[in-house]
Design a protein around this ligand. Structure first.
Ligand SMILES: [Zn+2]
Ligand SMILES: [Zn+2]
Length: 420
């Protein structure tokens, strides 16, 4: 049996995608102009749900993982189940692009007034998956098997104190009834030109964990340090000590890792040694056992340096996202599809990305492949284009139809290859 679906079906997919481009762009602009932060994607989710219902999908569940929407399309004949995922949330970024549909939204996030922008391009993901749903719904009579559409909130983390994102959607059953045999997702990126798809098998994006270290000293006069315990000097040693975990202690030939201290807070005037100093930072890794090892070393380093200074130390590490690991077999099985869709020379292997993705949670349950879609126009250099999360992040809409084709063909080819 050929790995890819029959050519007539493939050409029907491409014709349907070509026909839907104006709506694809309109959806993307509408969602872009009305961005919503994580767990607040009420309007976006309503648009998605209305669309899936209009397509007469067999099931449309709303409110999965707060604002998530899950649609199920059953083909005319039974067969395996494949899932496609798009994230819907925007970021607390004030948009500075000059597109006519630029966001003017403002809201409150973790107690602060912020601008809101689709600075990570999830607006494009929503529009792409809506278009894929249209295209595949139109081919339902030819499909053997089912396609599950997962529109997920809060990929960029829910507000403090709330659950959300992929983890919560899985908890609320998005990968059950029916359970998919594979899941695909994509991310638009400034680092690739329009027309290019980037991929990587195995660990592709980092795990992301945050830590908070409180060094507890004893407050005293700045002129008489011997009368107290100085948490500032101790914290400085901890910062430097933490840097030796990556540079001196872990096997960098295996996988890279990052330990960054991003915030340091303590003291309020020049001649008082304060009681305590707080450090906050992030840990990235590409291997789950190395991740645990780095965590243990952060504990050891901070606690033992503090002990040497006779200071106290509390280390709290919160595990956020696991390593995004693309299933090697699924990745390599999908590459011929992507190469057919984009052109072999436009499907390129990528370096690891030290950013993270909560698509990784799905991959812990079902083999998944997460790839990248270029959206930097030919007039710009992808090496210098404003990156995702920048207030100037720009999506070339000419790059979006390829995303629709890639997901639609990947889903149909996977169903075909895994039938019976
Ligand atoms: Zn992002
Ligand atoms: Zn993103």
């Amino acid at each position: 049996m050929p790995a890819t679906a029959p050519a007539p079906l493939a050409s029907r997919i491409d014709a349907a995608v070509a026909a839907i481009v104006p709506r694809l762009v309109a959806w993307r602009r509408d969602v872009h102009e009305h961005p919503e932060l994580g767990n607040r994607e009420v309007r976006t989710a309503a648009i998605v749900a209305a669309h899936l219902r209009a397509l007469e999908l067999d099931e449309v569940r709303t409110g999965v993982g707060v604002t998530g929407v899950v649609g199920l399309l059953r083909g005319a004949t039974p067969g395996p189940v494949v899932a496609l995922r798009a994230d819907m949330d925007a970021l607390p970024v004030e948009e500075r692009t000059d597109v006519p549909f630029a966001s003017k939204e403002r809201t409150t996030w973790n107690g602060e007034s912020v601008g809101v922008m689709h600075a990570c391009g999830h607006d494009a993901h929503v529009a792409i998956l809506m278009a894929v749903a249209s295209v595949l719904a139109g081919l339902r009579a030819k499909l053997a098997g089912s396609v599950k559409f997962i529109f997920q909130p809060a990929e960029e983390m829910p507000p403090e104190g709330e659950e959300g994102g992929a983890r919560l959607m899985i908890k609320e059953g998005c990968l059950e009834n029916p359970a998919p045999g594979a899941i695909f997702g994509l991310h638009v990126t400034s680092i690739l030109q329009t027309g290019v798809i980037g991929w990587r098998a195995g660990p592709a994006m980092a795990s992301a964990d945050s830590f908070r270290i409180t060094v507890r000293g004893r407050q005293t006069h700045g002129a008489m340090p011997w009368r107290g315990v100085d948490p500032i000097v101790t914290a400085a040693q901890v910062v430097l000590g933490l840097q030796t975990i990556v540079s001196r202690q872990i096997d960098l030939t295996q996988e890279p890792a990052v330990v960054t201290v991003g915030a340091i807070k303590g003291g309020n005037r020049e001649n008082i040694i304060p009681d305590s100093v707080e450090l906050r930072g992030t840990i990235r890794s590409f291997d789950e056992s190395m991740r645990d090892d780095v965590h243990a070393r952060v504990h050891d380093t901070a606690e033992n340096i503090a002990r040497a200074a006779r200071a106290g130390c509390d280390v709290c590490i919160v595990k956020n996202y696991p390593v995004t690991v693309n299933d090697a077999e699924l990745t390599h099985a999908t590459l011929p599809t992507l190469e057919r869709v984009a052109g072999a020379d436009r499907v390129i292997p990528m370096h690891k990305i030290s950013g993270s993705e909560d698509f990784s949670f799905y991959q812990h349950v079902v083999p998944g492949f997460f790839f990248f879609l270029g959206v930097t126009p030919p007039t710009q250099d992808a090496r210098t284009a404003a990156p995702n999360h920048s207030p100037l992040f720009f999506v070339d809409e000419d790059g979006l139809p390829l995303g629709v084709r890639a997901l639609a063909h990947a889903a149909v080819d996977w169903l075909h290859a895994n039938a019976g």
